[in-house]
Design a protein around this ligand. Structure first.
Ligand SMILES: Nc1ncnc2c1ncn2[C@@H]1O[C@H](COP(=O)(O)OP(=O)(O)OP(=O)(O)O)[C@@H](O)[C@H]1O
Length: 230
């Protein structure tokens, strides 16, 4: 992963739009959900969700369809407000400052958000602000580099998923939020994702993943949303 030159006491981060910012290193210390609740369509989906995650930590959200896994991930991404509770980042309410919060995370949701008219490499920002070398490194992280110049509309569904996951390699954000990241992936791509997550955690990053499929994240905290269903 590409990082800006070290700055004592600070960590280089990029926002979802790619802008580089520096935040105090202590901001990477810990996140905590305190009594979170979510309402979707006027229905209370879950309540009293509490957990802590420290540097290098992982949380795996499980639960049946409709339990609220995606709703929780969207809430943690700052895309929907909590009905109750707090999401605390190093002692501060994480959602108080949405632009700052956006710099802390890289979110890969259900939708791959791929532009079919662009090439695979252009979908990762080539020709806008990213160097080809960095884009190819990100594509290599999901074994797609040989498709760099192919129109993205020609990718298979599993390859599209891998392209969406390649964005993780271009992000310095400490928190990865992954919603069903293995959907459509073959076995070797799942192993590669697990290795990429392990490397991110080794660097002190954190991951929260919702999944129905086995995902081997050593030491991850399992969190069953069914138990928090309202
Ligand atoms: N935009 C929305 N408007 C109304 N209700 C919604 C909306 N999004 C989700 N819901 C409802 O919220 C509940 C939780 O949905 P969510 O997608 O978070 O579940 P999930 O655990 O991720 O499910 P799955 O395993 O099927 O992906 C469901 O009952 C769903 O119908």
């Amino acid at each position: 992963m590409r990082c800006a030159a070290a700055k004592p006491g600070f960590a280089p981060l990029k926002s979802r739009c790619g802008a580089r910012v520096h935040v105090p290193r202590r901001s990477l210390a810990m996140l905590e959900a305190k009594g979170l609740a979510a309402i979707r369509g006027e229905r209370l989906v879950f309540r009293d969700i509490s957990f802590r995650l420290e540097r290098g930590g992982a949380l795996v959200l499980v639960g049946p369809n409709g339990a609220g896994k995606s709703s929780l991930i969207r809430l943690l991404a700052g895309l929907t407000p909590p009905a109750a509770g707090e999401f605390v980042w190093d002692g501060e309410n994480a959602l108080d400052d949405p632009p700052l919060h956006a710099t802390r995370l890289c979110f890969v949701g259900h939708m791959d958000a791929i532009k079919p008219g662009l090439s695979v490499a252009e979908n990762l920002g080539l020709d806008r602000k990213r160097q080809r070398e960095n884009v190819l490194t990100a594509l290599a992280s999901v074994d797609l580099e040989r498709f760099a110049d192919l129109p993205a509309r020609l990718l298979s569904s599993g390859q599209r998923r891998r392209l969406a996951l390649a964005r993780l390699a271009l992000s310095d954000a400490p928190l990865w939020l992954l919603d069903e990241p293995t959907t459509g992936l073959d076995a070797s791509s799942v192993r590669r994702l697990e290795a990429n997550i392990a490397a991110h955690r080794d660097r002190g990053g954190m991951v929260i993943a919702a999944t129905h499929l086995p995902l081997d994240l050593p030491g991850a905290i399992p969190f069953d949303l069914a138990k928090a269903a309202a």
